[in-house]
Design a protein around this ligand. Sequence first.
Ligand code: TXA
Ligand code: MG
Length: 331
Amino acid sequence: MKDAVREASAMLRAGEIVALPTETVYGLGADALNPEAVAKVFAAKERPSFDPLIVHIASRGDLKDVAIVPDDIAETVNKLTAEFWPGPLTLILPKHPDVPDLVTSGLPTVAVRQSAHPVFRAVGKELGRPIAAPSANRFGRISPTSASAVMKELEGRIPLIVDAGACSEGVESTIISIEPREGKKPVFRLHRAGPVTKEQLQNFGKVEKFRENKSEAPQAPGQLESHYAPLTPLILLEKPEDFVPEEGKKYGLLSYTGDDDSPYVNLHDWEAIESLSPGSGKLAEAAIRLFFVMRMMDEAGLDAIIVEPVSETGLGVAIMDRLRRASVNFK
Ligand code: TXA
Ligand code: MG
């Protein structure tokens, strides 16, 4: 792995883009302070330039190089980063002038996190500069949680993928912005649900939904309604009765546990059944497997993927968010 780290950081230093493992999903990295390199990320992903990237720093001390933390939230930022970094929490903060506008899509803010993945961290340390990295998929498609999934998404478009096996979280980082309140704990606006749950954040502030002003340019553009979409229609059920099969069509079930007693399993003579957490029903396992199983079912030649909902507590919020967005085009 040492050679791979050296090669990856040398390529980044030379202004190339490289797919790298993080604990959440694989990212497509570029030197965050090099606009030409960042432009290659947008091109390879076919990502519209209004959708800003997350900047990854190698150590907490590097935060000052990419963001300017206002005094009235400094203590909160210290507490959050002490608790959750390195890890899957992204903070939206006022941007440092050195961060190119292309990275932030012209926004006055920058999204920052410190990845916990040892390989990503090693590359960042070796490079000595922040790494801008969105998920390493084509725009709007399923995020990759393995090097082979990155291959399927971006083969021929990028010069290097560093393979460090499967990602340990499986869904993208939680994204928040922070609003200070006089004499009270701050409000956290949840821009994207992720592995750091609402329940965990509540120890440090009040968690509220981010309300997007739909009439303006998106303020959290990646939160576009349709996202994570397979090519096969994906239909998320609210309850078993919502499933109305059409004659002669091949349906697969994406089940939570795949349990024989599940009303969803017994609903139909499924062409295929895949489970997010076979047998045990653990949300952490379901999150890790989510994009992998979605991709597998997308490749199974089905007419539609029918999905059983999971409970919306803890990590279930992030999972249901991804499933809703994956189903939007097929309503
Ligand atoms: O776990 C993750 O966050 C992964 C790994 C690679 O770190 N990255 C990731 O990046 O999911 P991406 O580009 O797929 O999603 C970044 C999200 C988008 O929804 C984008 O709109 C939002 O972050 N974002 C970035 N900068 C922002 C800003 N200044 N204000 C609001 N939202 C921002
Ligand atoms: Mg993404």
